[in-house]
Design a protein around this ligand. Structure first.
Ligand code: ADP
Ligand code: MG
Length: 245
């Protein structure tokens, strides 16, 4: 059985099929890239898998269990995490406090005052920062960090829920090429070391072809190609969509 299986997933907005009967699988230790031009349906697919958007049809199975229809919070608790979007970090809190917040949220702890609870989950937070090589900056306010480092903190925060599947919709948006490589390279390392399963989108084909284990291609809501980096690089339909040849 596959860890995550998406079957014939569809989303209609009015008469328009933003995602049209898309099927794919994702397994532990796999970094799967979802690529396609703007408007192809990538974010809509992420939102249906993560439960932020109800699907019009199809299924999303985790270990064979249906996720479609569950709340995004339940889906996260079952082990499908999402990277936090921009501004998910609290700029006035330190790096480690942000990760502690994510851990508190995962453990559903209720707290009325943040500072008195500051010792909670500190060791666990430090371990997560270690994974993203941010332990040296644990006590700096997030407001002082470089953009690429904020993204690392967000990655540590999304790992706080111990996801088995991590959904990353354009994790490197707004980053310079070298930072993109560094972040996706780090994700690849986590995938290999912890047998994490990651679905991500990335605009730079260079980065996709360097790190992805497998690639799926969407165009106008349809899955038009699927395969290894080598297969996708040479795929005539992909050439057509990307290069108009
Ligand atoms: P991508 O992430 O690949 O750029 P999206 O999933 O954001 O593409 O969008 C796919 C298509 O669905 C686009 O044509 C977009 O305009 C449309 N769409 C996305 N969200 C909505 C919405 N909430 N209402 C209507 N149309 C939408
Ligand atoms: Mg998108």
């Amino acid at each position: 059985m596959n860890l995550l299986e998406v079957r014939q997933l569809s989303k209609h907005f009015g008469g328009n099929a933003a995602v049209d009967q898309v099927s794919f699988v994702l397994n532990p230790g796999e970094l799967l890239a979802l690529i396609g031009p703007n408007g192809a349906g990538k974010s809509t697919t992420f939102n249906m898998v993560g439960g932020q958007l109800p699907a019009s049809g199809g299924s999303v199975l985790l270990d064979g269990e249906e996720l479609r229809g569950l709340s995004s919070r339940s889906i996260a608790h079952k082990g499908v995490g999402r990277t936090f979007q921009i501004a998910a970090t609290f700029a006035s809190l330190t790096v480690i406090e942000n990760v502690q917040m994510a851990l508190l949220s995962h453990h559903r702890r209720v707290f009325s005052f943040w500072r008195p609870a500051a010792g909670l989950y500190r060791d666990e937070a430090m371990q997560l920062l270690d994974l993203v090589s941010m332990q040296d900056q644990a006590d700096r306010p997030c407001s002082e960090l470089a953009y690429g480092d904020v993204k690392r903190v967000e990655l540590a925060m999304s790992l706080a829920g111990k996801p088995r599947v991590l959904l990353m919709d354009e994790p490197t948006a707004g980053m310079a090429p070298a930072e993109r490589r560094a972040l996706v390279g780090l994700v690849k390392q986590l995938v290999m070391q912890h047998r994490l399963a990651v679905l991500f989108t990335e605009h730079s084909m260079d980065v996709v072809f360097s790190y992805a284990d497998r690639v799926i291609v969407l165009a106008r809501g349809k899955l038009i190609a699927e395969g290894s980096v080598e297969q996708i690089r040479q795929h005539p339909k992909v050439q057509e969509v990307y290069f108009g040849t």
